[in-house]
Design a binder for this molecule. Structure first.
Ligand code: HEC
Ligand code: HEC
Ligand code: HEC
Ligand code: HEC
Ligand code: HEC
Ligand code: HEC
Ligand code: HEC
Length: 349
């Protein structure tokens, strides 16, 4: 939790520092918001895109290779440089990797003749190696150019970089020269840099909006800018297991969801400044905030008391938020459509 006293002290220190000595200490977010500034840069969101030299996965796997049909793919890393190659046995195409997408599973965006492509193979931690990039399984390449990657549609580059990096898109235009890798403070906190500038002079003008005050529906749409909102999933008709990765959509389909109840907001269960907690029991208290057996946790606007579980008193998410494997992608997601799961039922859309 943030301490207002600590913030006040930091402000006083800055004011005193600037009066006493002309050479001011460098003020960063960490000077005041120490907790968020220390933990957030270590999250996978902060590593959603990486630049050469800054990729732990590739450093740990300097030589990756896989054969797919007639083509052999190699991803080789020496010092800070990664080369992505595809060969048909007689000819080879090689690319310098500039942009890695993904902190765990990784896909490379490649440049060829002035256009951007998504690599045909990706790295998956689950198999500790390369396989076809999810979504590209149906492509049957006929030659090297078709085999190395899928050319991005005109609207894709700014969308990809917009979600995975900061400062690379204004309007719909891509500005790769100003790209900061990953989702950083100012991507989520609009105006944070103006606030830093103002507060460095002790001014509390232009403080970023308080996101904590948003309703659960507003937070779903906020996270849904990238994790896909309910509207996006419905509009783009993303049906079947592939939509399990779109949590705002899945959650909205659950009987638990109430757009005005903050106890079912993304940020009730997740701190966006921390890596996701992979300990199921730690979520019990989030469920019991509504489903307590004593029936006391009824919000003012509710007419019905959420029921308690006749089966168990802890480990709620292990039964009610099942894990779902993405078809073909070696990736597993947690279904946010919280529900009673019946054996052999089809995936609820
Ligand atoms: C010198 C201290 C200082 C620095 C440096 C600073 N802030 Fe702040 N920040 C504050 C104070 C004081 C507030 C107002 C707190 C309040 O109104 O409760 C604030 C408010 C905020 C808020 C809104 C908090 C809320 O309650 O929701 C965000 C977000 C924020 N700052 C992010 C940043 C980011 C990102 C940076 C770096 C780019 C930064 N701040 C740099 C002192 C600082
Ligand atoms: C600017 C785009 C963006 C926004 C806004 C955003 N995310 Fe993310 N988030 C991402 C990307 C991209 C990843 C994938 C990181 C990676 O490569 O593994 C991610 C990953 C995550 C993960 C980690 C998943 C894992 O496998 O460990 C969690 C948890 C998460 N986001 C929660 C949230 C929540 C909660 C919000 C809203 C408060 C939010 N995100 C808003 C882009 C975003
Ligand atoms: C609308 C925002 C958005 C767009 C556009 C987008 N992504 Fe993502 N991407 C995410 C989010 C959020 C995640 C994390 C949750 C997930 O895996 O679905 C993610 C996950 C990933 C991952 C897996 C990370 C992991 O550790 O599992 C890769 C790789 C990836 N994206 C690559 C791309 C590429 C390449 C493009 C463009 C062709 C792209 N993304 C476009 C938001 C986006
Ligand atoms: C993925 C989006 C996202 C990113 C990236 C992000 N924040 Fe936040 N931040 C939020 C949300 C949502 C809230 C409101 C919920 C909360 O308090 O955790 C918040 C709240 C805050 C608050 C107010 C905390 C409080 O207790 O009132 C501060 C301060 C803050 N963020 C600073 C930062 C700093 C500094 C960074 C970069 C190191 C950062 N944030 C990165 C989404 C983000
Ligand atoms: C009631 C609690 C709860 C709420 C609300 C919630 N989540 Fe989750 N979330 C979880 C649990 C539990 C996991 C899985 C943790 C584990 O693996 O042990 C998870 C995992 C995730 C992951 C990691 C990928 C995965 O599927 O395992 C992302 C990303 C994520 N949530 C995003 C969101 C977003 C965005 C929202 C808001 C739309 C949200 N969550 C709302 C409980 C919640
Ligand atoms: C904001 C309050 C709230 C939170 C938080 C919440 N629920 Fe619910 N949940 C409800 C309401 C309201 C219903 C519908 C009435 C009922 O069945 O109790 C419901 C229904 C359910 C049902 C029955 C659904 C069905 O298919 O009939 C299950 C199971 C459930 N919740 C489990 C959970 C679990 C597990 C968590 C934590 C991961 C959780 N809930 C978090 C309010 C909540
Ligand atoms: C071992 C698996 C398991 C665990 C763990 C578990 N549940 Fe359940 N839960 C079930 C099953 C199965 C049902 C359906 C029972 C029935 O229909 O007879 C159920 C029913 C429910 C219902 C609907 C009750 C009703 O009367 O309609 C709620 C709400 C619920 N669980 C919440 C929770 C919460 C909250 C937790 C954690 C404290 C939890 N469950 C832990 C398996 C589990």
């Amino acid at each position: 939790m943030r301490s207002d006293n600590a913030l006040t002290l930091a402000l006083l220190a800055i004011a005193a520092g600037s009066a006493a000595q002309p050479a001011k200490p460098v003020v960063t977010c960490a000077s005041c918001h120490t907790q968020q500034a220390l933990s957030q840069p270590a999250t996978s969101m902060a590593h959603a895109l990486s630049l050469p030299g800054n990729n732990a996965v590739l450093k740990a796997h300097p030589m990756l290779t896989v054969r797919k049909g007639a083509f052999t793919y190699t991803v080789e890393t020496h010092a800070d440089q990664t080369t992505y190659s595809v060969s048909d046995g007689s000819q080879t195409m090689s690319f310098r990797v500039h942009w890695t997408f993904g902190a765990g599973s990784q896909t490379w965006v490649l440049e060829y003749e002035g256009r951007l492509y998504e690599s045909m193979v990706s790295y998956y931690p689950a198999i500790n190696g390369l396989d076809t990039t999810i979504g590209d399984q149906d492509i049957q390449p006929k030659n090297l150019v078709e085999a190395f990657g899928r050319q991005l549609r005109p609207d894709e580059p700014s969308a990809c970089f917009g979600c995975h990096s900061t400062g690379s898109v204004t309007g719909n235009h891509l500005h790769l020269e100003s790209l900061k890798p990953g989702v950083t403070c100012e991507h989520c906190h609009t105006g944070a840099l103006n606030h830093l500038e103002a507060i460095s002079h002790g001014s509390l003008q232009s403080v970023p909006p308080k996101l904590k005050k948003l309703s659960s529906e507003e937070i779903s749409n906020f996270c849904g800018q990238c994790h896909r909102s309910w509207e996006t999933v419905v509009r783009d008709r993303l049906r079947g297991e592939i939509n399990v990765r779109f949590q705002p959509y899945r959650l909205a389909n659950s009987k638990c969801f109430d757009g005005s109840d903050r106890r079912i907001s993304c940020i009730a269960c997740h701190d966006p400044h921390q890596e996701v907690v992979r300990d199921p029991v730690s979520y019990d208290s989030k469920c019991l905030a509504c489903h307590a057996s004593n029936g006391l946790n009824v919000a003012a606007h509710q007419t019905q008391t959420p029921k308690s579980c006749p089966v168990a008193t802890s480990g709620c998410v292990t039964c009610h938020m099942p894990k779902v494997a993405l078809p073909g992608g070696h990736q597993i997601f947690t279904d946010h459509d919280i529900r009673i799961v019946h054996a052999n039922e089809p995936y609820p859309n």
